[in-house]
Design a protein around this ligand. Structure first.
Ligand code: 5AD
Ligand code: SF4
Length: 441
């Protein structure tokens, strides 16, 4: 069959979609680029906020109305359970986040309707050999590598533990082997994925032998892989910012100087209600340590506005924390109650208009802060990994520095370095989310 995968949500979903595509191609199906050309459309859904879930369900509804064979996969399936067929009566099949390995068989048997919710199993095909993985979405020289499935943190607002199951760390041996294969195939940069990736190797053993904290140890092992140039990982919790992690940063030049460290709120009262297990001061201390190690260290974050009971004072605490932390980038989310989570039992009492106002205030602050942070880099020379032509201006090339900052520079066709190579770019101008420069020798 000719198939297409639509992906909503986080990087973990992007990675799962790649694995499914690889499994389907291995089973003799053909991946196509447009809905019109596809007989089968898979929709990899997200449910972290209600809006995200509605997008995926809406998309599935439209495609079913257009007569396609549609399979829904991912987080929304697990949350909805059998109700998914109430929402989408004509849906052909639905599989939960850890059951995508069943899709080739379901399609081969045309066993419709099928519902496979799954639980804590390790997905079949997660370790699909990198050679069979489609290169697609995340550029040819970069690859996601899932290292930790599920989440055991149980933050009050978060549906992820309900839909992605308990934590499971893949054996370090398997991860190292996968990254080695990717590097041998020309991948220069990997991004290690986990909902709370620094908890790698804590709930279940990842290493066969004793020897230091499991995640920093993994970074040290990957540092040794020939051909691999950059190692990123996401997302992190401040509890994981240990001395051993800092030591790994210090000793491993391939590990990028960027951490996505979701803070969620700057108010100690709200942090405690969320069950985040750190205070504002502890969070800021983690940021301070990273910047003490390298003043250009990029720290990015996620923030929720309008959590139940969030007062103006709580909100102002978030504002001031963001300023103190000096975030390089921030994603702001309006609180959305998720059925079955602890906070869903609390009144969702911040009016929508007020959530929107708080959202806009934080985004406006971040524009100014991003500009200021980037202004400080004008005149510096960045080591940039080339990703391809800039989206806005094809005469320019675009790439990222170690801090995950987007850097663009003029590159006439005759002067185009290979995608995946690292070049030096002197920064001439800064914008809140982008640096513009000139290539230097
Ligand atoms: N409402 C709003 N935002 C949420 N997030 C997680 N759950 C919710 C929710 N119920 C945000 C958090 C998380 C990001 C991926 O999504 O900020 O870090
Ligand atoms: Fe949700 Fe917390 Fe897990 Fe992140 S760490 S996915 S916020 S429960």
């Amino acid at each position: 069959m000719r198939f297409l995968v639509h992906t909503y949500g986080c990087q973990m979903n992007v990675r799962d979609s790649e694995a499914v595509a690889a499994l389907l191609v291995a089973a003799g199906h053909e991946e196509v680029a447009s809905e019109d050309a596809a007989d089968l459309v898979l929709i990899n859904s997200c449910t972290v906020r209600q809006k995200a879930e509605e997008k995926a369900i809406g998309k599935a509804g439209n495609l079913l109305a257009a007569g396609k064979v549609v399979g829904l996969m991912g987080c929304a399936v697990k949350r909805l359970g059998a109700d998914v067929f109430t929402r989408l009566p004509k849906l052909h099949f639905a599989v939960g986040p850890r059951r995508f390995g069943l899709i080739p068989k379901i399609v081969a048997d045309a066993r419709y309707p099928t519902l496979e919710l799954g639980d804590d199993e390790v997905p079949e095909g997660l370790d699909a050999h990198p050679d069979t993985r489609r290169a697609g979405t995340f550029a040819r020289v970069q690859s996601y590598v899932t290292v930790l499935l599920g989440c055991d943190n149980r933050c009050s607002y978060c549906i992820v533990p309900d839909v992605r199951g308990h934590e499971y760390s893949r054996p370090a041996k398997e991860v190292i082997e996968e990254v080695r294969c990717l590097a041998a195939r020309g991948v220069k940069e990997v991004c290690l994925l986990g909902q709370s990736v620094l908890r790698y190797g804590i709930r279940n053993k990842a290493w066969e032998t004793a020897g230091g904290e499991p995640f920093p140890r993994l970074l040290r092992a990957l540092q040794e892989i020939d051909g691999l140039e950059r190692i990123r990982f996401t997302s992190a919790h401040p509890k994981g910012c240990t001395d051993e992690l800092l030591a790994a940063y210090r000793d491993c030049p391939k590990v990028c100087r960027h951490l996505h460290l979701p803070v969620q709120s700057g108010s100690d009262r709200i942090l405690a209600e969320m069950g985040r297990h750190y205070t504002r001061a502890e969070y800021l201390d983690a940021v301070r340590q990273l910047r003490a190690f390298d003043p250009e260290f990029a720290v990015t974050t996620d923030v929720i506005v309008g959590y139940p009971g969030e007062t103006e004072a709580d909100f102002e605490a978030t504002r001031s924390l963001m300023e103190e932390a000096g975030f390089d980038n921030a994603f702001v989310f309006k609180y959305s109650p998720r059925p079955g989570t602890r906070s869903a039992a609390l009144p969702d009492d911040v009016p929508t208009a007020e959530k929107e106002r708080r959202n806009q205030v934080l985004l406006a602050d971040q524009e100014i802060r991003g500009q200021r942070r980037n202004d400080a880099l004008v005149g510096t020379v960045r080591e940039v990994m080339v990703e391809g032509p800039s989206k806005r201006n094809k005469a320019r090339l675009s790439g990222r520095d170690s801090g995950n900052r987007i850097v663009v520079w003029d590159a006439p066709d005759g002067a185009r370095p290979e995608i995946g190579s690292t070049v030096r770019v002197r920064i001439d101008a800064a914008h809140p989310q982008i640096l513009v420069g000139t290539r230097v020798a």
